[in-house]
Design a protein around this ligand. Sequence first.
Ligand SMILES: Cc1cc2nc3c(=O)[nH]c(=O)nc-3n(C[C@H](O)[C@H](O)[C@H](O)COP(=O)(O)O)c2cc1C
Length: 367
Amino acid sequence: MIKPISKLSTASYKHIAKPILFKFSPENVHDATIKSAKLSSKIPPLKGLIKASWAYQNPILEQTIDGIFYKNPIGLAAGWDKDALAAPLMASIGFGFTEVGSITQHSYKGNPGTRLWRLPKSKSIMVYYGLKNDGVDVITERLKKMNISIPLGTNIAYTNSPTCNDDKSAIADYAYSFEKLANIGNYFTINISCPNTYGGQPFNDKERLHKLLTVLDDIPTNKPVYIKLSPDISQKERRDIADLAFEHRVHGFICGNLTKNRQLAQIKDINVPEQGGMSGKIVQNLSDELIADMYKYSGGKKTIIGLGGVSNAQDAYKKFQAGANLVQLITGLIYQGPQIVGQINNDLAEILHKQKINNIRSILKNY
Ligand SMILES: Cc1cc2nc3c(=O)[nH]c(=O)nc-3n(C[C@H](O)[C@H](O)[C@H](O)COP(=O)(O)O)c2cc1C
């Protein structure tokens, strides 16, 4: 049963917090929320109160995947806590795991001008940050000092810079961050899908990805390695990437990133900016298809973290049905508030009980 305080939080977010927050620019709200989350993470009684109000626990939601124990399958996706400023708070909110980044070798202030827009009719966010982050040296030192009680993913990409727009320097950039983070956190995400302002290309292409993975294979780490894919890649690229995963140290896929497809029927807003990728309900179906394809092409032998438009237990359930082991979200938090994490876990546990299923993996549809 959902805690009464969580129900109250839903109503307060919808009728009070969201109308106020949505009056300000999305980036200012993002920065302010990160600041307050960082502050809250340093006040133990407040963390305890947040946990008591929102977090939900049930052994039925527990899983061990690639040697990592997860108390529940709902994680915070990369991009919200880019610089690992608020990671210790995520367990209190009720997340089963959290991912920081994308992190690159060198720091980058982000693309000039506006780089975040709300698409409220489509329940989506348009993102054009361009891999803004403090750089791996700073973030590594920050993470070393943190006590994060849930599994931590470290998401790496290559620096968005005019000096890093050819394959050789991009691969060296990834390798630098990989080595720095080899013993920090619990799993790696290799973000091959992020758009790059300075002419660098995503690593979707078979030969280029093979080159990148060959270099990463030689860097020692005990962390599983997942590749984060764009939902816009072709069927051939999906098959090639699944095949490559068996030739290299790749334990699975994160499906998926933002879509740049401006033709989708799910886009209900007018005046959609030309630059950037879209999250939330716009990308949801594409992401479910990507999960199903990667599950099929890898014969169900690789881990899949599914994300894109998850805002309730049914959305998460569909991703588990398609082949995901875990799910993540960001946009659901923005449109519905942080209490949805505990609510999704609560509702998932109820669905499992009703269906007389005793673990998340059994949701998987038979393909
Ligand atoms: C504000 C914002 C920033 C993001 N930044 C990153 C990023 O730096 N690296 C990354 O791999 N994905 C990034 N993403 C993509 C998300 O991790 C996720 O793949 C996408 O938003 C779909 O999930 P959602 O619909 O639950 O938001 C970002 C998304 C948002 C909304």
